[in-house]
Design a protein around this ligand. Sequence first.
Ligand SMILES: Nc1ncnc2c1ncn2[C@@H]1O[C@H](COP(=O)(O)OP(=O)(O)O)[C@@H](O)[C@H]1O
Ligand SMILES: [Mg+2]
Length: 246
Amino acid sequence: MADTNGNKNGFAVHVRNVTKTFGTGEAQVVALKGVDFDARMGELLMIVGPSGCGKTTLLSVIAGTLVFEAGEIDVFDSPLHRLKNREVTEFRKRNVGFIFQQFNLIPTLSILENVSVPLLINGVGRVKAEKKAREVLERMGLAGRENDRPTLLSGGQQQRVAIARALVHDPRLVICDEPTSALDKDTGAKIMELLRDVARHPDRCVIVVTHDNRVFKYADRMTEMEDGRVHKVHENYSQYEQKGNH
Ligand SMILES: Nc1ncnc2c1ncn2[C@@H]1O[C@H](COP(=O)(O)OP(=O)(O)O)[C@@H](O)[C@H]1O
Ligand SMILES: [Mg+2]
């Protein structure tokens, strides 16, 4: 039986022997070569590793935006390897918030409309959705910018909008792909503090892929990937640092 906190193994995310191949023939790339990975409830877990090692692919299969060929992924109590596509979409809408490096805001929508989207697709009415979106934007220090288009904002402000959008529906799993690399030091630090606060909740989990050694100290644990596999897990940031990785 699954318990209420996390999946049957007690993890937020539990990945076993997952493989993912792109393309066919000579163009074939095996991006994940049997990944084992787990993330715990209430933690901020970082994933580091060289460019092309499969970090974004791993985030995408966990988030249910990319289909994988083999292996098993349990996220909370949902076994993604056993769900139909429609069920995976439903799972993702309710449970996952994404933060991308390039923000991925919709340029034709206002800030308020951008942040309301995850609520609207979950069936929340517009008035209620916009009220919640306003509250989250205010928490991000963006009150007064609701009616602006994203392009009027600085990079740091756009990333805060992207974070507001990722958090507005209170997802249990927040997934961030290099969220601070386009930001200055202070803005990056503020964003990591916020993500750490989100993770400090027994029902939630935050996974952050990053190259940015300025933010490693916010990790509860660090996972190292190389060539399509997870090859090391450090129980805390200082363990990682002691190995000369800072
Ligand atoms: N949509 C795709 N089509 C073909 N190859 C891809 C695709 N996405 C990723 N890859 C390849 O898979 C490997 C892992 O990519 P990725 O997960 O983006 O790595 P990382 O995020 O660690 O830089 C790379 O060799 C990349 O070129
Ligand atoms: Mg990537």
